[in-house]
Design a binder for this molecule. Structure first.
Ligand code: CTP
Length: 412
């Protein structure tokens, strides 16, 4: 699964013969799951048409400050509009300038803002990659080297040119990296920058089912969605995830997520303790049954008597046991409360030796089981309280992972 899935890529194309290869580059970005918008310098349009690129990117292509110049004609005149370079730059998660000619590199290094591409570049706050393309002597010229140096100082990343036959007929270094290599380079670089790369996270999710007899159980309405969303968010940030889940219809597709299916609280307990010593973070999002039948009938119970009583006994508190055997793990629990929410949650932090608790109140509309949204309050072990807005469960998951990132940042 590519790290480019869902990423917004702003591709800047400058005027070199390698511009013809950007058709493949756009296709590869789209194939990797990215959204692409293209800005062309006027000179690049001699090498590839905006129509090709807008067809492949499924977006309008920009090359000047006014769309009337990009799309001449009566209709365009009626809809004359300023192409907002700031908007384009801030839209982007990643900016890629390919090919980056000697001229464009020089403008980037010196802030010579005479076209839309450079204006967007100067407005970009995201990581910028550039793939130089020029003749071999130009590539080695001290002026070009000085520009590379400046761009490195600015935090931009060069995708080095490759060696081979050049448009001039000479052979040597200066060819724009092949589109496949550009995509692989950016993927590897973005992956290495992921804030949770190399971290292992244990997550519990879903309900547990406690058997009464071979066909009946005690369960609850947990869908598992919150835990699965946390797992996806963690994996997208580079973490290796062990997702111990009770019965659910949720699916995890990210290759960094290993699903460990369990049924009962005891099975969840055993699975968690098998992996806990080896993880950096544990997040208990499961709705674990607090009680289970004391005796499980080996045969289906017949409806003979008018009354029927099941004797229950406590299950093991998985989170509390993780708190007890905690070494360096950052431990996050959930609390579902209906009254005295904050006080009860604070008690749970202490009782279960947590670093952070995510408090759900069933009094909040839109929060809880089976909903796509959640409204949570974070309380840390110092009892700092942060109430969040009602959000999608995906956004709540991102907020939780931001707390994890902040923890590692504070530790480093
Ligand atoms: N939890 C757990 N094992 C249990 C019960 C709960 O790991 N046997 C975890 C849940 O995953 C959650 C946290 O403990 O992260 C709190 O769950 P909650 O149901 O709010 O509280 P309980 O500890 O069960 O206490 P009570 O039901 O009395 O509020």
């Amino acid at each position: 699964m590519s790290v480019l899935i869902g990423k917004k890529i702003l591709l800047g194309i400058s005027g070199g013969i390698a511009a013809y290869k950007t058709a493949s580059l756009v296709r590869l970005f789209i194939k990797a799951g990215a959204h692409v918008q293209v800005i062309m310098t006027p000179a690049s349009k001699d090498f590839i048409t905006p129509l090709t690129l807008s067809t492949l990117s499924k977006n309008p292509v920009y090359s000047s400050f006014y769309n009337q110049d990009d799309n001449p004609g009566e209709l365009a005149k009626q809809n004359e509009r300023w192409n907002n370079h700031v908007e384009l730059a801030l839209w982007a998660d990643v900016m890629v300038i390919a090919p980056a000619t000697a001229n464009t590199l020089s403008k980037m290094a010196n802030g010579t803002c005479d076209n839309l591409l450079i204006a967007a570049y100067l407005s970009a706050k995201c990581p910028v990659y550039y793939a130089p393309a020029m003749d071999l002597d130009m590539y080695k010229h001290p002026s070009t080297i000085a520009n590379f140096f400046s761009l490195t100082q600015f935090g931009d990343t060069i995708i080095p040119a490759e060696s081979g036959e050049l448009a001039s007929g000479l052979s040597g270094e200066g060819r724009m990296a092949e589109p496949e290599h550009i995509v692989a380079f950016i993927e590897a670089d973005l992956e290495s920058r992921l804030p949770l790369k190399g971290r292992k996270i244990l997550i519990t999710a879903g309900p547990t089912y406690e058997a009464i007899d071979p066909v009946r159980f005690i369960g609850n309405h947990s869908s598992g969605k919150m835990g699965f969303d946390i797992a996806s968010s963690a994996a997208n940030l580079g973490a290796s995830v062990l997702l111990v889940t009770g019965p659910t219809h949720c699916k995890a597709t990210h290759p960094l997520i290993r699903v460990i299916p369990v049924v009962s609280a005891q099975e969840m307990y055993d699975a968690c303790h098998l992996y806990y010593a080896d993880v950096d973070v544990a997040i208990a999002a499961a709705a674990v049954a607090d009680y289970k039948p004391k005796n499980v009938a080996s045969q289906k119970i017949k409806k003979n008597a008018d009354d029927f009583t099941i004797e229950l006994e406590k299950t093991k508190d998985i989170l509390a046991s993780l708190g007890q055997s905690k070494k360096n793990q950052f431990l996050i629990g959930f609390a579902l409360e209906t009254e005295n929410e904050i006080e009860n949650a604070k008690l749970k932090i202490q009782k279960k030796n947590l670093d952070l608790i995510v408090l759900n109140s069933l009094q909040d509309k839109g929060a809880g089981f089976g909903k796509a949204t959640n409204k949570v309050t974070f309380i840390d072990k110092f009892f700092t309280i942060e109430a969040m807005e009602l959000k999608s469960k995906e956004a709540v998951a991102d907020d939780i992972l931001n707390k994890v990132i902040a923890h590692f940042y504070e530790m480093s």
